[in-house]
Write a protein that binds this ligand. Structure first.
Ligand code: GDD
Ligand code: MN
Length: 374
């Protein structure tokens, strides 16, 4: 049982909600609540909101166990969904406190930074970021050279595109006034790991923001969930911000997968041709291989949050193959029409086929989003 706050304290609403996204962090929940209790006792009334995506290791049960004895602890368990940023958004939406902080559930973030962040918000600030890259901060807890390289690259790329230049835009530890969050909410991408970057890039130009030095500790229990998918999501999120949301992230991921499909198509066709297949047969073979690879990539990346499994996988594949075949005909048809028609692109094979490809990809995307990955 965690140390309970005094009766008078817990009967009043929280001033600070701490949203804690967690996936497979069962061993870290109890120590984190203790750490928060230690860091915040006497400073403010707080609550911790654990947002778990149905972790197989029983993280939600662990958190509920504490919540049954300590009303400052709340649990949201999402079923059938994954994602750090979207988990954080849902935690935010369940809070009524004037100030909300976001903190990892793996003890890597130093709770000592919460006090100064809260002070800044209380004094009228909009946002406070726990930073590893200001005087007094430290990032040595990042595991290995590869993670340091990724972090540095991410920071450079973000600073290049950000209006509010932060020393540590990759931080996942920050606090914000809730009304400001609600104002930004409709513009958030909500994909990937970098909810702070998403927020800051979508925030109004006038923003009172500070960075508070913080030490990033190394992970003791459990493992990092950062993988290739998260990196792709990062790239698409930044693109989404740069295009001001006119091109949805999912569509861009779909288009990138489609582009990969073009290369796969040509490669497979050449291999088949080289093996002695007739040209038209080799072309059909290449197309089929590309469709299969695209289906797999889309299932793995583009629609990772709606991933098809088991019987639904085969049903989805059938619809995808049919849709792509129609898409291919539409592609050729449109290209032909424009090539032969009297538009300015008439007679230009490159512009005509580009237009065909755009129509093809939009069509495939519409079917994929509505009929395959619903
Ligand atoms: N609900 C939920 N769903 N939580 C998740 C998910 C998910 O799909 N993926 C990760 N989390 C939780 C983890 O359980 C952990 O509490 C927190 O989000 C951060 O994830 P880690 O897997 O520990 O990521 P990391 O340490 O590699 O990255 C973190 O460090 C960066 C700084 O280098 C993240 O906090 C970044 O936001 C942070 O900037
Ligand atoms: Mn971590």
């Amino acid at each position: 049982m965690t140390a309970l706050a005094s009766e008078t304290l817990i009967s009043l609403p929280a001033e600070l909600s701490i949203v804690v996204p967690c996936y497979n962090e069962a061993l870290n929940v109890v120590p984190l609540v203790h750490a928060l209790d230690g860091a915040l006792s006497g400073l403010c009334r707080w609550e911790a909101i654990f947002v778990d995506d149905n972790s197989p290791d029983g993280t939600a049960d662990q958190a509920r166990e504490i919540a049954r004895q300590d009303p400052r602890v709340r649990v949201i368990r999402r079923v059938g969904r994954r994602g750090l940023s979207s988990a954080v958004i849902e935690g935010f939406l369940s809070s009524s406190a004037p100030f909300v902080a976001v903190m990892d559930g793996d003890l890597q973030h130093d709770e000592a930074a919460l006090g100064p962040m809260l002070d800044f918000l209380r004094s009228g600030g909009d946002m406070a970021v726990a930073s590893r890259h200001v005087e007094g901060g430290d990032s040595s807890g990042l595991a290995g050279k590869w993670r340091h390289f990724l972090s540095e690259t991410g920071i450079r790329a973000s600073q290049f595109v950000m209006h509010h230049k932060l020393a540590d835009p990759m931080s996942g530890f920050f606090a914000i006034r809730r009304p400001l969050f609600e104002q930004i909410l409709p513009r958030l991408s909500g994909t990937g790991f970098k909810i702070l970057l998403d927020l800051v890039m979508s925030a109004p130009r006038e923003l009172k923001i500070i960075e508070v030095p913080a030490v990033f500790r190394s992970r003791v229990a459990g493992e990092s969930k950062l993988d290739a998918i998260v990196l792709i999501q990062f790239a698409t999120m930044v693109l989404d911000k740069l295009t001001k949301g006119y091109l949805p992230t999912r569509f861009m991921a779909f288009a990138i997968v489609g582009l990969i499909g073009v290369f796969v198509n040509v490669a497979a066709m050449n291999v088949a041709h080289w093996l002695g297949m007739r040209f038209s047969l080799a072309q059909l073979f290449g197309t089929m291989v590309a469709i299969l690879v695209n289906f797999w990539l889309n299932n793995r990346f583009t629609y990772y949050d709606r991933r098809l499994k088991g019987a639904r996988l085969y049903g989805g594949l059938c619809i995808f193959v049919i849709a792509c075949s129609i898409g291919a005909f539409a592609n050729i048809g449109v290209a032909h029409m424009i090539f032969a028609g009297n538009s300015p692109a008439h007679g230009h094979w490159d512009r005509s086929s580009a237009a065909g490809a755009v129509i093809g990809v939009v069509w495939n995307y519409a079917i994929a989003s509505t009929l395959v990955w619903r």
